[in-house]
Write a protein that binds this ligand. Structure first.
Ligand code: 6PG
Length: 472
């Protein structure tokens, strides 16, 4: 062990890479970072906490030479080709046993391909999801590693040191085989999209429907965050309402164009859920609504054509706010239930062996979807790690039962007054279908058999049947 060598290397010193590396240094690890842009290396060094060991270099060769073998390094570069390019540049410089971590939002199939590609070389490759944004990277993110458990053991002390802590336990755990880390992070992001969609709908109802101004919205969100809806997304939304615009006299939120961006993880979640046959309707809706938001010109035309005027919701203010709060709570549980049911299915379907109690344990802190609800989910999965759907847990069923009437009331008010609440509606409809013992799908089977002889099963005897339907 050479005391002059560094414990961990970071490739890509953007805000995330820099902050995570500084976080490692704050925990006593000797940290070295590479970026082609020399100003980023300089910024890394100048932002380091005094007394910590941090170095920025601008060639990969130098970084690799200065790392303690087996070399441990992470890349935080944009997903896609940049990740393959870094791997290509690293290969001639590395030795058997070295560990490369991809800490970005890579698609899990890319991670599978890279694992396969690097297998022969003896170099360990790990796909690791990291959540918490720039601030989280510096102060404690939630970290979702997957892949080779032996490689994980080598980096475990560093990841545990830098991760967020809840009740003294680090928000990091080995989350399964192969590309499990990136798969779990993708679904995390899908849930993130869905909850953000729900919050935006609730904002619309309270702001345009009930006429609450930003200060009043702040108070409502504050009371939710101080109560049973404590979560990171509610907390930042509360604060967003107070932010002043530095270019006008207005609040910033009122000056932001209503087109939502997306880097793709939400869409991947929907696509992959379809592939494994798991309904995640609120996530699908959230992805679709972000897409719809991009069609600003068409929406403007349509608003003129349909003479849309915002209608006020005629309901007693405090009563409606309580109903909206309950609807958001209800629908948020549905988002988690859908995303986690997808992970449960993927665990076996894609042979990832994802430990569900660990997933919810490490989402309790550091990540964007952290929420006090995660404690309840943790209890549910600890009691039954094979729970196929959170809605089947009795404690959660009780929460849902308590909120469902208010959710129905909000959906009714909103649809009567013409507010788009696709997320809330799809959460409610999913619930109504999920709790239905006999769905109307018998009719779909009849239709399929009618026009395509696709056959059907019967409720009263086993076997597969076809009927020569009489057309009238
Ligand atoms: C996180 C986030 C992060 C993601 C952003 C942007 O967990 O810290 O999920 O990884 O990049 O949320 O995602 P979109 O641009 O797709 O909204």
């Amino acid at each position: 062990m050479n005391k002059d060598l560094f414990d961990f290397g970071m490739i890509g010193l953007g805000t995330m890479g820099r902050n995570l590396l500084l976080n490692m240094a704050d925990h006593g690890f000797k940290a070295i970072g590479f970026d082609k842009d020399t100003s980023k290396g300089a910024l890394l060094e100048s932002s380091a906490t005094p007394g910590t060991t941090v170095k920025g270099v601008n060639t990969l060769e130098e970084m690799i030479k200065l790392l303690q073998p087996p070399r441990k390094m992470m890349m935080l570069v944009p997903a896609g080709k940049p990740v393959d390019d870094v791997i290509q540049s690293l290969l001639p410089l590395l030795e058997k046993g070295d560990i490369i971590i991809d800490g970005g939002n890579s698609h899990y199939t890319d991670t599978l391909r890279r694992l396969d590609y690097l297998k022969e070389s003896g170099i360990h490759f790990m796909g690791v999801g990291i959540s918490g944004g720039e601030h989280g990277a510096r102060t404690g993110p939630s970290i979702m590693p997957g892949g080779d458990p032996e490689a994980y053991k080598n980096v475990q002390p560093i990841l545990e040191a830098v991760a967020a802590k809840v009740d003294g336990s680090a928000c990091v755990a080995h989350l399964g085989k192969k590309a499990a880390g990136h798969y779990v992070k993708m679904v995390h992001n899908g849930i993130e999209y869905a909850i953000m969609q729900l919050i935006s709908e609730v904002y619309d109802l309270l702001h345009n429907g009930l006429g609450l101004n930003n200060d009043e919205l702040y108070k409502v969100f504050k009371s939710w965050n101080d109560g049973d809806q404590q979560s990171y997304l509610i907390e930042i939304t509360r604060d967003i309402f107070l932010q002043k615009d530095d270019k006008t006299e207005n609040r910033l939120v009122d000056m932001i164009l209503d087109k939502a961006g997306a880097k793709g993880t939400g869409k991947w979640t929907s696509q992959d859920a379809m592939d494994i046959g798991i309904p995640i309707t609120v996530i699908d809706t959230a992805v679709a609504l972000r897409s719809l938001s991009a069609y600003k010109d068409e929406r403007t035309q349509a608003s003129l054509l349909y003479k849309t005027s915002t209608q006020s919701i005629e309901a007693p203010r405090e009563v409606f706010i309580q109903q909206v709060s309950d609807a958001l709570f209800f629908a948020t549980i549905i988002c988690y239930a859908q995303g986690l049911s997808m992970l449960h299915k993927a665990s076996t379907e894609l042979q990832m062996e994802i430990p569900m109690p660990e997933v919810v344990r490490i989402w309790r802190g550091g990540c964007i979807i952290r929420s006090s609800l995660l404690e309840t989910f943790f209890k549910a999965y600890t009691a039954n790690p094979e729970l196929p759907n959170l809605l089947l847990n009795e404690e959660i069923a009780q929460l849902i039962q308590n909120k469902k009437q208010h959710t129905r009331a909000v959906v009714m008010h909103a649809t009567q007054t013409g507010y788009p609440i696709a997320g809330l509606m799809s959460a409610l409809s999913y619930f109504e279908a999920y709790r239905t013992e006999r769905m109307p799908t018998n009719l779909i089977q009849a239709q399929r058999d009618y026009f395509g002889a696709h056959t059907y099963q019967r409720i009263d005897m086993p076997g597969t049947f076809h009927t020569e339907w009489e057309s009238h």
